[in-house]
Design a protein around this ligand. Structure first.
Ligand SMILES: [Zn+2]
Length: 153
């Protein structure tokens, strides 16, 4: 993770609960799928303090800010330009919640490389790049991206 403090103010969605602190994981089921903003960076940059958008009544214990590990978040960055292989493709999702799979989608279509019907991340549209290295990436999409990144010999 490069320059965690640069992610202050980024829009995020909590998509997993594997690496976050125990206090957060204890209410993980309620937090997954929630959206919010990175309000602070904790523990030397290893955790994001996420301020959730939800109504007070829907927040676990009425607590709005939760420490979440970066790997448990989908981050809507506003950085420009490709910084990783596969970032020519946008991120499309199939399924929902913690079972959502991340697919690669070409700029001019709404179909993923594997032919799945996908939808954009609702809080930031089609602006997120596909990351082949994430553990939720669709295996077929990753393979197609890698084949295209490797020129024929
Ligand atoms: Zn796919």
């Amino acid at each position: 993770m490069k320059e965690p403090r640069k992610k202050l103010g980024c829009r995020v969605e909590i998509v997993d609960m594997l690496h976050s602190p125990a206090r957060t994981r204890a209410v993980g089921e309620l937090l997954i799928g929630q959206r919010g903003t990175v309000a602070d960076v904790l523990r030397g940059g290893t955790l994001a303090l996420v301020e959730l958008d939800a109504d007070w009544a829907d927040l676990p214990g009425g607590v709005r800010r939760w420490p979440v590990q970066w790997d448990d978040l989908l981050i809507c960055t506003i950085e420009s330009g490709p910084d990783a292989p596969g970032s020519d493709y946008r991120l499309g999702l199939s399924g929902s919640g913690r079972d959502a799979i991340q697919h690669a989608v070409s700029t001019d279509t709404k179909n993923s490389l594997c032919g799945e019907e996908v939808y954009p991340l609702h809080f930031c549209g089609w602006s997120i790049s596909f990351t082949p290295t994430t553990k939720r990436a669709c295996a077929i999409c990753v393979q197609v991206v890698r084949e295209q990144a490797t020129p024929d010999r």
